[in-house]
Design a binder for this molecule. Structure first.
Ligand SMILES: Cc1cc2nc3c(=O)[nH]c(=O)nc-3n(C[C@H](O)[C@H](O)[C@H](O)COP(=O)(O)O)c2cc1C
Length: 437
């Protein structure tokens, strides 16, 4: 049940400074060149698509300004929270913006990224850039995926299908939360065949429900499984507690469960006849603090594709993930929503990369807001980053179009940061690109 105002006003603060007239319109921008390996394609291999010119978005914005149109949402994505707080309902905004305890970990996430500084290099040829990366056998147009964020219908009626379609349109993988407000099959259908999607598992108490989720996800084309380990219990979250706001108790964010045959088999009556009983059953399954590393074998046996463990912050846990046959880890503290007083996620990244970077894929989230944040995470060794809160705000403020805006802003800024710092793509980044500020 969305509590937000559905029709946001256009972003009211156009830049007071006159926009410089672009030398080239986006359409006239130099045609993006295919990477070197595409110049002599072998007949057996499909042609490598030309890289996207993400930076062209800025010219598009300036050109639109010539006819008096300014972006509907801020292009500085750190401002989205403040705009969302002014325009959307306090319950949904509190749920998205809120963190565990007094918010120390969420602040530490931003500080940890800010402590690193980029050291720009000059007079390098960066005319042709390619942001694409290879991940689990797929070539992604940029080192970015949308993080699993539950209950998106509280932000906007476009909800998960809207966010997923925005991601698909840009070739960005969408990771669907177990706690989605739309069943996974519907989200898959909205994305269409071939669009990269992964499924995030909250690993509950009932193994039949878990097996059924895995089965449904595989059948609906979710190619990777992201197992979130940091939320076996819900943390102490004062912003939600103060408003007594937990959408799940109203049956919102439970769509995957309420449509699941194994879940429904545990109910005395159909969901629509006794919603309270269904919600209580959901709650009883959700908390599951008894799982241990040994239990991972259950998932490994049942999921054929790549498995990533999300919430890893200690190098020893990363090593255990590799030992357990996992394919990747997401260095993350859930955006500071679980353990208050924890280290900033970016401070956990280097040690994890050093421990397992050669054995499995290391992804990163928690605190990513700007292009330089992406640059820093990749330079510290992440293969790709997940974007969380910013796209949820974009969705809340402007539906699917808001998510598209957020993706384009982040990648345009990342592309420009790369170019201005002297790099042609994520593959060139290493720790020498950074200094401890
Ligand atoms: C409102 C909200 C809901 C979330 N729901 C989930 C979820 O269902 N599953 C999950 O693994 N992570 C969930 N996360 C965590 C995100 O996947 C990601 O780790 C986090 O947003 C990163 O922090 P940041 O958004 O501050 O960068 C959620 C985060 C937010 C803000």
């Amino acid at each position: 049940m969305p509590e937000n105002e559905p029709a946001p006003e256009p972003h009211p603060e156009p830049d007071a400074a006159p926009a410089s007239v672009p030398e080239r319109a986006p359409a006239a921008a130099p045609a993006a060149q295919p990477p070197a390996q595409a110049s002599a394609p072998s007949p057996a291999q499909p042609p490598v698509p030309a890289p996207t010119d993400w930076s062209a978005f800025q010219y598009e914005i300036y050109l639109n300004g010539m006819t008096g149109t300014v972006p509907r949402l801020p292009t500085d994505l750190t401002r989205l929270e403040e705009v969302a707080a002014a325009r959307l309902g306090p319950g949904p905004v509190g749920y998205v913006a809120g963190s565990a305890g007094d918010g120390k970990t969420a602040r530490a996430n931003r500080e940890a990224l800010d402590r690193w500084r980029i050291v720009p290099r000059m007079l390098r040829d960066v005319a042709r850039r390619d942001l694409s990366v290879e991940l689990f056998g797929s070539r992604l147009p940029a080192p970015l995926a949308l993080a699993p964020v539950g209950v998106l219908s509280i932000m906007h009626p476009d909800a998960e299908p809207g966010a997923a379609q925005a991601a698909a349109a840009r070739g960005v993988p969408f990771i669907l939360s177990s706690a989605s407000s739309t069943p996974m099959e519907q989200v898959a259908e909205a994305m269409g065949e071939g669009a990269e999607r992964w499924f995030q598992l909250y690993w509950g108490r009932d193994r039949d429900v878990t097996e059924s989720f895995l089965d449904r996800a595989a059948k609906s084309g979710y190619s990777a499984l992201v197992v979130t380990l940091d939320t076996r219990l819900l943390a102490w979250r004062p912003r939600d507690l103060d408003q007594a706001y937990l959408p799940f108790l109203r049956g919102v964010g439970t769509a995957n469960y309420f449509t699941d045959p194994a879940f429904r088999a545990g109910l005395a009556k159909p969901v629509h006849e006794d919603l309270n009983a269904a919600v209580l059953h959901f709650v009883s399954l959700f908390n599951h603090p008894g799982t241990t590393w040994e239990d991972l074998a259950f998932l490994r046996e049942r999921w054929r594709g790549p498995i990533l463990l999300k919430g890893i912050q200690h190098p020893d846990d990363a090593r255990r993930a590799a030992d357990a046959g996992m394919d990747g880890v997401v260095v993350s503290n859930h955006g500071g929503r679980q353990v208050n007083g924890a280290i900033g996620a970016a401070d956990a990244l280097e040690p994890v990369v050093d421990a397992v970077g050669g054995r499995l894929e290391v992804l990163f989230d928690s605190g990513v807001r700007t292009g330089d944040n992406v640059f820093k995470a990749i330079a510290l060794g992440a293969r790709a980053v997940l974007l969380g809160r910013p796209y949820a705000y974009g969705l809340g403020l402007d539906g699917q179009a808001g998510v598209d805006h957020v993706i384009r802003c982040l990648l345009a800024e990342f592309d420009l940061t790369l170019a201005l710092a002297g790099y042609k793509g994520p593959g060139e980044l290493g720790r020498e690109a950074l200094s401890r500020g």
